[in-house]
Design a protein around this ligand. Structure first.
Ligand SMILES: [Fe+2]
Ligand SMILES: [Fe+2]
Length: 292
């Protein structure tokens, strides 16, 4: 329970806590502060389990959450996205990936109900792994991790009922959903110091090789290689994410769809290079689900 108070005169907050209230918030408060407190109560059980992980794995999960919360603040009042949290989350993720110690991080996301957070960390992990596979140097891997964490920040501006709609989106809702790309670019550009590659990936990860993607309908070589990699990480993650309206798709099925139905959308050469890697990750997550 969260008590919303007009003030803390007479030590009301302390008294309320003694009475067993979970948390208190004093007016006026930021919407993002309220959401953060609700999220922390809702996800208490999941986040407490992070204590069983290594310090680096805990840091990936908690600092990435700080990044997402700082994006909510940026979207609400224009405050800058925390470069400290972003750097700490990204360097910790690169460390975990470099030491092949990242699978517990992905398992630590299970049952967390902040979808944008879960999806962003999964994409960041995949992108860092793909970057490692093609031999990117450490600093570029850190950039890949940051790209994954921030690629979809505009989704936080989309109404909950559209973002989590179980059925097919209406044409108007689909346009609203596509608007997350523009919202991401606006948010990332407004905060100073965000690397141009991060903004470019936020802008291009829904473009398709045959020109049928959005927002610009870019095709072929107009889509840079990092954005093609991001599209692969993003689609694989979206298909295998658990949503309120669907269970996770099996990794094998997701890869089959990406190589068959999406053959004209996705760079098949890159997909072939990364397929076994994604299958391995997907199978680990599936085995974690059956362990429950
Ligand atoms: Fe997206
Ligand atoms: Fe995404």
């Amino acid at each position: 329970m969260i008590l919303v108070l007009a003030n803390d005169r007479g030590g009301i907050v302390e008294a309320a806590r003694k009475m067993g209230s979970c948390d208190c918030i004093i007016r006026p408060f930021r919407r993002s502060d309220l959401i953060r407190r609700i999220s922390s109560i809702t996800n208490k059980g999941v986040e407490q389990k992070w204590g069983e992980l290594s310090l680096i794995q805990q840091k990936v999960l908690s600092k990435s959450l700080d990044v997402i919360h700082s994006v909510s603040d940026a979207l609400e009042d224009g405050s800058p996205i925390s470069d400290v949290a972003l750097a700490e989350a990204s360097t910790s993720l690169v460390y975990a990936v470099s030491n092949n110690d990242f699978k517990p991080v992905l398992r630590g996301l299970r049952n967390h109900d902040n979808y944008t957070y879960v999806h962003s960390v999964r994409v960041a992990t995949l992108l860092t792994l793909l970057g490692k596979t093609i031999g990117l140097k450490q600093s570029d891997l850190t950039l890949m991790a940051s790209c994954g964490l921030l690629h979809d920040v505009g989704k936080m501006t989309i109404a909950h009922d559209v973002l989590n709609k179980a059925g097919k989106l209406t044409p108007t809702e689909w346009l609203t959903m596509q608007g997350h790309v523009e919202a991401s670019v606006r948010c990332l550009s407004a905060t100073g110091g965000i690397h141009r590659v991060i903004i470019s990936i936020a802008e291009q990860h829904h473009e398709k090789l045959d020109g049928s993607g959005y927002p610009k309908g870019l095709s072929g070589s107009a889509i840079n290689e990092l954005s093609r990699m991001s599209a692969i990480a993003d689609v694989f993650s979206a298909l295998t994410d658990v949503r309120v309206y669907k269970p996770a798709m099996k990794a094998e099925k997701a890869l089959a769809i990406m190589s068959e139905d999406m053959a004209r959308h996705i760079d098949q050469y890159l997909l072939a290079s990364f397929g076994s890697l994604m299958l391995d990750i997907g199978r680990d997550e599936e085995s974690a689900d059956t362990d429950d």
